[in-house]
Design a protein around this ligand. Sequence first.
Ligand code: TYC
Length: 106
Amino acid sequence: MSEIDVKPDTIAPDTIAKPKIEQPRLYKVILVNDDYTPREFVVGVLMGVFRMSEDQAYRVMMTAHRRGACVVAAYTRDIAESKATEATNAGRQAGHPLEFTTEPEE
Ligand code: TYC
């Protein structure tokens, strides 16, 4: 066997493809309570913007109402920000101070 035919019986570590899959950071969308926006309006926005069932939306609304705020969902940054803006604008258009914010997950 010539030297050219010699194959290593181990593969040098720097030739092994190591899949490095970085998960994008997720951002929470948070519903903030206020004293003025009607409950049914909040439920409608949660159903429309966040595709929640009426049941889920009612629970999230009541959690924000009782505790001051509630995490609605988590998305990549662009989607979280655009949904928070869309939902906040829906309230503003109807004359309500409804507010949705975003914050990065740990
Ligand atoms: N607190 C409001 C009311 O009593 C209802 C409400 C719930 C508003 C949750 C905002 O994020 C909210 N009409």
